[in-house]
Design a protein around this ligand. Structure first.
Ligand SMILES: NC(=O)c1ccc[n+]([C@@H]2O[C@H](COP(=O)([O-])OP(=O)(O)OC[C@H]3O[C@@H](n4cnc5c(N)ncnc54)[C@H](OP(=O)(O)O)[C@@H]3O)[C@@H](O)[C@H]2O)c1
Length: 264
């Protein structure tokens, strides 16, 4: 993938990895359409992008509102934007046990982390096919590969992304559609702060897991490197990524470890 001169739509662009990737991509002279629910955060990201000479178009978007996603996508396409890549980072996490999590929380997390991602992807995919191809990026997680305590809905939403995007790419080989699925481990962002507790309120803390993770800037560099190579999976983290090997090659060890893992 050669980024220069192309247009990329990034969700979750107001903070964390989405914002850091915008800053990295901007160095390649690109046009960015940046989306998030947080308008002030988007304005700050746009400043960073524009300081490099790249351009930024802000589209405030709530990923839990499918109607608004479809309307925004139509508006962007009707304006003649030619999207080479749709990189989706927006997401929320969870801090609650299965036994205490009301179904409405499971639905809310699936709505943002899965259905929102699918809706925006479906709105843009026909345009990419018409234009001869494109690159789709979904942000899963280590817990998109295995279960983890206090993350039942979150892990489900991140597993579901694999099913959707692996099917999509199998259907669209001849349409030159590339898919990269990001697998972050622990990255220093606000993801735990806005995680849903059992009562639906925000957890409000940065967990030691995230605090001791790699920086969002380092994550963005790893992601960009993987995207350049059009890697199907991009692993983003430190020693915690070892869990992927344990789950895959030593399942009994994973089943021993899982109930003992520190969830916060
Ligand atoms: N950090 C990690 O350790 C880690 C590990 C595995 C996977 N991930 C995944 O990485 C992705 C990026 O997260 P991050 O770590 O960079 O955390 P982050 O800084 O919290 O970024 C997530 C972004 O998504 C936005 N968002 C949340 N709900 C939204 C909604 N309904 N509509 C639109 N935007 C919404 C947030 O907006 P606000 O600014 O308003 O909150 C925030 O800007 C997420 O999908 C997350 O699940 C992160």
């Amino acid at each position: 993938m050669n980024f220069t001169g192309k247009t990329f739509w990034i969700t979750g662009a107001a903070s964390g990895m989405g914002k850091a990737l915008c800053a990295e991509l901007a160095k390649q002279n690109v046009r960015l359409i940046i989306s998030d629910r947080n308008e002030e955060g988007l304005k700050a990201t746009a400043k960073i992008v524009e300081a490099t000479g790249s351009s930024a178009r802000i589209e405030v978007l709530d990923m839990s509102d499918t109607t608004s996603i479809m309307q925004t996508a139509s508006k962007v396409l009707n304006d003649g934007e030619k999207i080479a890549g749709l990189y989706q980072f927006a997401g929320i996490s969870q801090r609650s046990l299965v036994t205490e999590t009301p179904l409405e929380n499971d639905r809310k997390i699936m709505e943002i982390n899965f259905f929102g991602v699918v809706a925006l992807c479906k709105a843009i995919l026909p345009h990419m096919i018409e234009n001869g191809g494109g690159q789709l990026v979904a942000t899963s997680s280590l817990v998109g590969k295995f279960g983890f305590p206090y993350r039942s809905a979150y892990a489900s939403s991140k597993h579901a992304l694999f099913g959707f995007f692996e099917s999509l790419v199998a259907e669209n080989k001849s349409n030159n559609i590339k898919v990269s699925i990001l697998i972050p481990g622990r990255v220093q962002t606000n993801i735990s702060k806005f995680a849903l507790k059992k009562d639906g309120s925000e957890y409000g803390k940065i967990d030691p897991g995230q605090a001791n993770g790699i920086s969002a800037e380092k994550a963005a560099k790893l992601i960009l490197k993987g995207l350049k190579k059009e890697k199907k999976e991009i692993w983003v983290g430190g020693s915690e990524m070892l869990m992927l090997h344990i789950r895959r090659f030593f399942p009994p060890l994973y089943y021993y470890m899982a109930p003992r893992l520190k969830p916060m």
